[in-house]
Write a protein of this length. Structure first.
Length: 222
């Protein structure tokens, strides 16, 4: 099936208020252009250098989402164009994003990554750690970032009950954190759910899904 058909099929199954991020990591520019020509403009990458290369070679009305783990020293390479950074997991990273965004006179939208999976390899913070950050004076002083939601990744497992439990935990964390409001903090997005589990994620409250293989086919990491 073509990328255009895949997108039509997925979009027809998504509620109107759900944002689809097409995960284009490892996919070449020509393949992304197929999705773009089919009317899709929001793409997610997990490596900054790969995203920079694609940004330079693709239409400038594309919204680029950084969905992978971010190292502070790499933020400068994407600060001029990235639309949203999903994996914010420390105040140190947030300060660096703010610093680089300021250089380009931009406000970059960010999501706090919450650790919901049981796997040690998954990144993310606890609600308590996030609460400490948003209560701090140094957070209040950040004028070139805006926290607009949370993201989380479920455990890589076939156990649907466990995945559901983790998704509901993220939704509960979101509801708790949503009560706080400030100039640089107003939550409306829950980014959770990928190709294998996005229907369940939406049932559990997701507002943004990250889908790759269902659009572009399986990845070749070689």
């Amino acid at each position: 099936m073509s990328i255009k058909k895949n997108l039509q099929l997925i979009n027809s199954s998504l509620p109107d208020d759900i944002t689809l991020v097409a995960v284009s990591k490892t996919k070449p520019v020509e393949v992304i252009m197929e999705a773009y020509d089919a009317g899709h403009y929001i793409f997610g990458e997990n490596k900054i250098q790969e995203m920079v290369d694609k940004y330079e070679n693709l239409p400038k009305d594309i919204q680029w989402h950084m969905i992978g783990h971010v190292q502070s020293n790499k933020v400068k390479y994407m600060a001029s164009f990235v639309h949203m950074i999903h994996g914010v997991d420390s105040l140190k990273l947030l300060k660096e994003i703010n610093k680089q965004a300021k250089k380009h006179q931009r406000v970059i939208e960010c999501l706090f990554q919450i650790k919901i999976a049981k796997e040690e390899s998954k990144f993310g913070m606890t609600v308590e750690e996030i609460s400490t950050i948003i209560d701090s004076i140094s957070f209040m002083e950040l004028e070139n970032i805006k926290i607009v939601g949370v993201m989380g990744m479920a455990t890589f497992t076939d156990n649907q009950d466990q995945i559901k439990e983790e998704f509901l935990k993220l939704k509960s964390n979101f509801d708790h954190l949503k009560t706080f409001q400030s100039k640089n903090y107003s939550l409306s997005i829950i980014s959770m759910g990928m190709s294998a589990d996005y229907h369940l994620a939406i049932d559990c409250g997701s507002t943004m899904v990250r889908i790759g293989s269902h659009i572009f086919g399986e990845r070749n990491y070689n």
